[in-house]
Write a protein that binds this ligand. Structure first.
Ligand SMILES: [Zn+2]
Length: 307
């Protein structure tokens, strides 16, 4: 693959350099796929998987073209910042497609969206549980005119759970996959790994997932894929937040089956008394969970995929 660097000069402060790699396959025509990781700075498994992909990809077997960005959010990566960009405290994955007249992260999102997402035919965005976050592997796609294609890729990736997010019930706006869906680019967000740990099984899971997608799209021969069991499909989810600052103690694990009304955890005051009890508003499965006890008012506690 050809090594390149996108230099962003429009941001305040020193220019941000984003290393990436491109290749045009020599096996024939096909889609333009962009694979990114590191939208969040402490989610390392997808970054490691894409570094391996850059090293291993055989252009003689590839149809179409591939752009690979192992560490998209350079400011968050180098500062080891979970979820947010230090310059303005914004979450990059709430800012797409960006705003050239906005604050630091809005401008960053705009530049990255125009460079890597708008030109793509398909987008893969690799995530994991960030530093304070447990996670059960899942893929997410958005309601859109191109959602059938996105669902097909999500089912092929190899995670045990797939969540469809409807427009009306979007838990958050401004994610890569939502902004891509809005311009007609089929996209999935793939999540494997937890707590900022770059473990081999999760890295290998992401790398295999990317290969499964490339085979599904006909960009690589079918022999690079492995068969996967049909995942559990969820129609949206509930993201549970705490109304008060406190010491969070979860009482469920990711991947567990929970019923409406089950106690999922408590938020305690500085002396250990219960301030807030978190109950499941729906039957479902927690796919991500804040593991740090330090939660501030309106802080996200867990994501409960509906079942
Ligand atoms: Zn993430």
């Amino acid at each position: 693959m050809e090594h390149r660097t996108l230099t962003l000069e429009t941001l305040p402060g020193a220019p941000v350099e984003v290393p990436y790699a491109t290749v045009t396959g020599r096996a024939g025509a096909g889609p333009r796929l962009t694979a990114i990781a590191g939208v969040h700075g402490g989610e390392y498994t997808g970054m490691a998987a894409l570094l391996r992909l850059v090293q291993q990809l055989d252009a003689d077997r590839l149809r179409g073209s591939l752009t690979v960005v192992p560490v998209l959010n350079q400011p968050a990566f180098w500062s080891r910042s979970a979820f947010v960009v230090p310059a303005d405290g914004k979450n990059l994955n709430r800012c797409f497609p960006g705003d050239p007249a906005g604050s630091y992260t809005d401008v960053l999102a705009h530049e990255l969206f125009e460079a890597f997402i708008r030109p793509a035919d398909v987008l893969l965005d690799l995530h994991a549980g960030d530093l304070p976050e447990a996670l059960e592997p899942f893929c997410l796609y958005e309601e859109s005119p191109v959602e059938d294609r996105a669902r097909e890729l999500a089912l092929a990736y190899g995670t045990g759970h797939v969540v469809r997010q409807s427009r009306a019930a979007r838990t958050v706006g401004g994610s890569t996959s939502a902004a891509a869906a809005d311009i007609g680019v089929p996209a999935i967000t793939a999540e494997i790994g937890a707590n900022g740990i770059c473990d081999e099984a999760s890295v290998a899971g992401h790398l295999q997932g990317v290969h499964n997608v490339l085979a599904t799209l006909g960009m690589l021969p079918a022999d690079v894929a492995v068969p996967v069991a049909p995942p559990v499909e969820h129609d949206g989810w509930a993201w549970l937040r705490t109304p008060v600052r406190g010491f969070w103690q979860a009482s469920v694990a990711v991947g567990a089956a929970v019923r409406t009304g089950d106690v999922l955890g408590v938020v305690l005051d500085p002396w250990g008394a219960e301030l807030h009890r978190v109950e499941a508003p729906t039957d479902g499965c927690p796919l991500f969970l804040t593991t740090s006890p330090a939660v501030v008012e309106d802080g996200l506690l867990l994501g409960l995929a509906r079942s």
